[in-house]
Write a protein that binds this ligand. Sequence first.
Ligand code: ADP
Ligand code: ZN
Ligand code: ZN
Length: 726
Amino acid sequence: MIARVIPLTSTRAIRGLFDYRLPAEFDGAGVGSLLRVPFAGRAILAVIAETAPSSEIPAERLATAQELLPARLPPDLVRLAIWMAAEYCSTPARALQVLLPAGAAQGLRETRVLVASITPAGISALEDGTRLTTGQRVALETLAVQPLPASQLGTQLLRRLESRGLATLDLAAQPRRPSTHTVSSSSASAPPLTAEQESALVPIREALDRADRSGTSRELQEFLLHGVTGSGKTEVYLQAAEATLQAGRGVIILVPEIALTPQALARFQARFGDVVAVMHSGMSAGKRNDEWLRLARGEATVCVGPRSAVFAPLADIGLIVVDEEHESSYKHESDPRYDARAVARRRAHDHGAVLLVGSATPRPESAFGTKRLRLAQRVDGRPLPAVEILDMRGLHNPLHPDTRLALADCRREGGKAIVLLNRRGWSNFLSCGSCGRVWICPNCDVALVLHRARGVVACHHCGHREQVPSNCPDCGSVSVARHGAGTERLEHELVSALAGDGFPVLRLDADAAGLDARARILERFHTAAAGVLVGTQMVAKGHDFADVGLGVVIDADQTLRFPDFRAEERTFALVTQLAGRTGRGSAGRVLVQTMEPAARPIALAAQHDSETFLRGELRRRKALAYPPFTTLIRIVCAAVDAGAARAAASALCDRISAAGGGQVASQFSVLGPASLFLLRGRARSQLVIKATDRTAAIAAIGDAVDAISTDRTHREVALSVDVDPQ
Ligand code: ADP
Ligand code: ZN
Ligand code: ZN
């Protein structure tokens, strides 16, 4: 038998399938199996894409596969990788590398541990007065209930029992299960649904029924659950998942980031128990492998996780849920730059599954042309919090006087507040008071941000750090001015103004190292009776805190100043989502500080008017020919030498423009090359392609990128293609 494989190398130059002879003893191998094969003088991993009875390569030149690894990808994931490679102008090998589980190269072996069980002799020993030490008796009594890992009872003690024939010790598979989060408020059983939840579920249940019956028709049924914050979207997901499991099919639930939304996960585990598998980057590779295997074997039928969970190896998927579908974390920011929402749509289509995406602030793309289910009321019947816009023009303190008063009231009344400022660090940038020097990263043309507690100024792009300067290296002046406020400075101000016994001020941003640290900060705020949580957009994620009475957005127009067509959408979502954390369980109030009080996204978010916002946004996108009316594709050429980066970008531009039908009847237009700021010591030149014919543009760009990346004149240049950039 011949295996036609995709070798797992990351070079773009290697394309297509390679034939290998399969030795007879590899008879279990098939599409998706992992092989070790000789390739260019080395042994490398490869995935079987096809098998064939014979090869066109002459027998004497045909190499033989060396090893068959036990891990095997389901064939539909191999097809998915090939599709991703084309869709994101990447290669099948790179796509396979992102969807293979972490331990695939080691063969995905399960951990085996010593498991102790009691023998019939052991059971009699408990009753017939056999001499046992207290420890031995306790161990046997425990084992009489169920077998346990030996490490829990003491291996030495168990070895002695084994030698007396009272217990046995065997190596057995003992999956490393991720630790489960405790469910703080909700109970495991389903609450009676609200009328709105009930009517949202009707078409979803019908679609699930149809999908199940049609079996092989593989038609995509997609819904957008557009529900205000606190409207009980998760309960709708749970019920839809329940119906899917009852029909005997699997479920994937995508969430933005597990550590920031442990409650959603806990609710799925509480409802469905052991069939829930969890996969996220905070878990060890071993744990992830075990969860992957449980899904592949069908022992787990629900997978909950962030974007990579879209690759869960479920045999038959009936439902894919994308929670908080507006979150930018669904986009993978290295090659292949896939969008988990688009991959979810593709998988749902392949499996004949229902796709259910939900948000209080859906993307215009999702609202456009998708069947929309509305939840207009909060579950508890409370109104959405009142939002006041505070004009910051002419003020210099980061906090508006009204904000100070509101926070002081919150302190006095023992309430809880969340303060959002989407900027880390102490101050925005440093400048010299005499010569005007600004401290800039030597690798990336951006200002260094002061982190006072750590005594450094740091680059938020490449991580470069320097000691906090005491004087200016250019003119020697000691007057170094700090501009703007970040979360660190805000925390400091809030601590000195408010903090005290029983009123903690907690900070949550990317400086809180590790997912666990973040989860702990959230848990502390959750359990505290009163206090303030201050931080970046992380504080506005889907948390369900019952008792936050005050929400504050500092510098709400900051996200508007980004030169990006999504700036308005992001600003609207940020204000709406922060308001969404407020006023659950008690009346809420939200203060939005801004230099642009009349800006459309801010004014409409204050009125909780997502309908008008979406309508206006779609009109604007159409007028400017932005997604969903066109496809955007960004190509960045990076090189140490700015001339080289630009030359590659120009060469790409020429090829793509030619393929696009010239200037006249163009299916796509090419903008650029434009220079970007220096990043990690590399000059960058960018092209943006706006296409009305997505397929044609992707094909043309794929060809152009292949040509330029294998052209020796441009070998110093790294190319990166981003289809549907965020
Ligand atoms: P959303 O995701 O729409 O912001 P959640 O799903 O977090 O809202 O629900 C908000 C709260 O309402 C949660 O604490 C949830 O347990 C509760 N909840 C949801 N549905 C119901 C219901 N039908 N009856 C009572 N409580 C509910
Ligand atoms: Zn100076
Ligand atoms: Zn830098």
